[in-house]
Design a protein around this ligand. Structure first.
Ligand code: RIB
Ligand code: CA
Length: 317
């Protein structure tokens, strides 16, 4: 069973990622060793409450702990206009307290040499762990990150993607000081291709059957549909973090390229901008594997497969 630790900021697409991981945990394909939350789409403690709610709906009892309260060098910015007042669209649940999130990470590293760490929010916690536990950080060999608009237009500024913009210093430090192996980076150009629209949501809700989470998905996703429509991107939703998890776990086909990523942190206009040195101009060590393509069709089928695992007989409720 593949051990998985996710650091996320639910957040609506993070929520679908948690449902997916919960299904794989239920199937015995992964062991979800823990969920920690970072401030981004909402506060870290609200994100923890959201994550706790999702896993409770799935009957999955694994540690959920709020991480750092926010970036060290810039003020925290959250995005209620994108993910809803408390990060779950039109649904609101109580927040959860913080705790020793770093113990969840340390234990994950100590117990699992093949730990998959997936980060689908700002890199605040990952950078904090790098600074506070450098030895454990160096032992992280499978890190997958959703972030960056790499050599591509941003969704937060003309050049920056949200996760890297919220905490640009953390992103810059992580890529300047990578963990035990190159970071697999799922950036905006690829992740925005994974779209759920109302028709696909109905198929998902049907596939989930009588799983308690099914009854609330419409309230959660409708807010995200409205946001994307207001942005001129159609009445649908880009499910960045779920695609990232499927890539991290090798559940769909994808292409990637070894490269060097750098993130701008201090420029007021270029804050959070990420660049890949695809031609080696910088002569700097390669620190990432940048995902350049993913099998989106298979991803939709994979989501359906996971959802049915939560609805089938004997599914945890
Ligand atoms: O830019 C997309 C990313 O920012 C996703 O992780 C989404 O959840 C938000 O955190
Ligand atoms: Ca996220």
């Amino acid at each position: 069973m593949t051990p998985v630790l996710i650091d996320c900021d639910p957040g609506i697409d993070d929520t679908l990622a948690l449902i997916y991981l919960g299904a794989l945990h239920h199937l015995g394909e992964i062991e979800l060793v823990g969920v920690t939350t970072t401030a981004g789409n909402t506060t870290a403690t609200q994100a923890a409450g959201n994550a706790r709610w999702v896993l409770d709906q799935l009957g999955i009892d694994v540690p959920v702990v709020a991480g750092e309260s926010g970036p060290r060098q810039v003020a925290l910015t959250t995005t209620p206009e994108t993910h809803g007042p408390t990060g779950l669209g039109y649904l609101e649940v109580p927040e959860a307290p913080g705790g020793d999130w770093e113990e969840v990470w340390r234990e994950g590293v100590d117990k699992h040499a093949d730990l998959r760490l997936i980060v689908t929010g700002p890199l605040t916690d990952l950078d904090a762990f790098r600074r506070s536990h450098p030895e454990h950080y160096a032992r992280l060999r499978h890190v997958t990150v959703m972030g960056g608009a790499v050599n591509y237009r941003g969704n937060t500024t003309p050049t920056a993607e949200w996760n890297f913009w919220v905490d640009p210093h953390a992103a810059a430090q992580v890529f300047d000081n990578p963990p035990g192996a190159r970071i697999r980076l799922c950036s905006l150009e690829v992740t925005e291709q994974f779209l759920v629209d109302p028709d696909r949501l109905l198929l998902l809700i049907d596939a989930l059957g009588d799983s308690p989470v099914a009854a609330r998905l419409e309230d959660i996703l409708r807010f995200y549909f409205e946001f994307h429509h207001a942005q001129g991107e159609g009445y649908q939703a880009q499910i960045h973090d779920l695609l990232t998890c499927m890539i991290a776990l090798g559940k769909i086909g994808f292409e990637d390229v070894a490269t060097t990523i750098a993130v701008e942190a201090d420029s007021p206009l270029m804050r959070g901008t990420s660049v890949a040195d695809l031609r080696g101009h910088w002569h700097r060590p390669q620190n990432a594997r940048l995902v350049t393509a993913a099998d989106i069709g298979t991803a939709h089928g994979e989501l359906d497969r996971a959802a049915r695992a939560l609805a089938g007989p004997g599914a945890v409720h």
